[in-house]
Design a protein around this ligand. Structure first.
Ligand SMILES: Nc1ncnc2c1ncn2[C@@H]1O[C@H](COP(=O)(O)OP(=O)(O)O)[C@@H](O)[C@H]1O
Ligand SMILES: [Mg+2]
Length: 72
């Protein structure tokens, strides 16, 4: 996954898989891209590229409310 705010490119080539019942805690300094990563997953980042799947089904082209309805 890649996301952009204008010329700012964060996160850069993120590849993340979270298993059922697994907890992942992203660490980093302010501006590292934690919030933008979650916004990209939920479809609320301004511009993003890449694929996002939930339980094996692609969700990146769904509306925000439909992504929310998956339970994310
Ligand atoms: N509203 C915004 N407008 C412009 N750039 C932003 C905005 N929010 C975040 N960014 C850019 O995205 C980067 C990642 O920010 P963010 O995801 O909020 O990081 P974190 O949550 O790890 O502190 C920032 O360093 C900044 O360059
Ligand atoms: Mg944040």
């Amino acid at each position: 996954m890649n996301a952009y705010y204008g010329n700012s490119h964060v996160p850069f080539d993120l590849d993340l898989e979270v298993a059922e019942n697994e907890v992942v805690a992203p660490l980093g300094h302010n501006g590292a891209g934690r919030t933008t990563t979650l916004r990209s997953v939920t479809g609320t980042a301004p511009r993003r590229e890449g694929t996002t799947a939930y339980q094996g089904t692609s969700i990146e082209n769904r509306s925000v409310d439909r992504i929310s309805n998956t339970g994310i």
